[in-house]
Design a protein around this ligand. Sequence first.
Ligand code: PMP
Length: 435
Amino acid sequence: MTASLDAYWMPFTANRQFKKQPRLLAKAEGMHYWTPEGRQVLDGVAGLWCVNAGHARPKIVQAITEQAAEMDFAPPFQMAHPKAFELAEAVAKLAPEGLNKVFFTNSGSESVETALKIALAYHRARGEGHRTRLIGRERGYHGVNFGGMSVGGMVGNRKMFGTMLSGVDHIRHTHDPARNAFSQGQPAHGAELADDLERLCALHDASTIAAVIVEPVAGSTGVLIPPQGYLQRLREICDRHGILLIFDEVITGFGRTGSAFGAQRFGVTPDLITCAKGLTNGTVPMGAVIAKQSIYDTFMAGPEHLIEFAHGYTYSAHPLACAAGLATLETYADDGLLTRAATLEATFAEKLHTLRDCPNVIDIRNIGLVGGIELASRPGAPALRAYDVFLDCFKEGLLIRTTGDTIALSPPLIIQTEHIDQIVATLRQALQRVA
Ligand code: PMP
């Protein structure tokens, strides 16, 4: 590489440390990345939870290339192009029954902002403008914009900024290693944690609450799997009080847990779904909000000459993203990828849980093709063990992700058993070396 490392301010990165020890990726195909020197790295995290069909899929590459030549951009306000409608229809077909209106964004963060604004505007349109309060969850991650940061529950992402949206509150998180350590799939204990929403309903008066947003599986805060019955209970409480339930499926969307969406895997239908990442297999930035028909209808009930929802992005339904999305969904269908995580879940779980006897491992969690390995933190030391494991794995040819002292795995859904073996073997050695 000829450029200096000076000018690029890297996101969510230890910039100064990185520049001393750069980790560059230059090529990707299938299950692998290659460094500029040609060293092969197994992708244990689908890039960043997004490349579900594996890298450089020819159909997707071709669709993007052709679209770039055919029409580079089309204005999305008061204008549209055919692929926007095609992709919306294809996404709606995958969504749980009743969620059939698709609003396009460019990222997970934008999807979250959009969903929160839909929730607020929906209640106003129904004459319930007093519902302004938004409820998130401790240890939730909903992107980095002001709405998502505010409903999010990650101290590290909030404390630098001070100002948050007002009128936001949080229910308790569901991480309970004392009762649920080393469970496979949905943990047995903790459905009652959903009742924390009742506490907030009592505290604020339920009629002030517009929406509750949760990730069905919290990924970025350590792979927290919903306890059995928990999401059902949240749904019941929301229904009882007229509160919208938003599932942030930026990670769980598009096959990660073994169904198209986590909503289907867990058998709970929210009012709004946010998604991104896997929608275009990570190739072109794109997100979406999928809304219930009844929510859409509420917006459409007003006078016809007005813009029904004063919200949107220059790049909403970008032609390149729509082309990529259509080819991605076809690729998922061609290869049966949206249910593949369910097929592989038992094998993945069995192999992952063999790491239980490795040094410092205090919990292992999994569902579909997502895994979390939690390590005991070093007493008093700021340097995280999991980060050292990440560095060691990268040296040994495996890309993983860490959040706090939890190692997160979310490989492309095309993964084969030998890749799972390689992930587990590399992690085992890294855990031993770091100890
Ligand atoms: N919500 C969830 C649940 C996520 O996992 C993420 C990203 N990991 C986001 C929102 C934000 O997405 P983006 O980085 O595309 O803005």
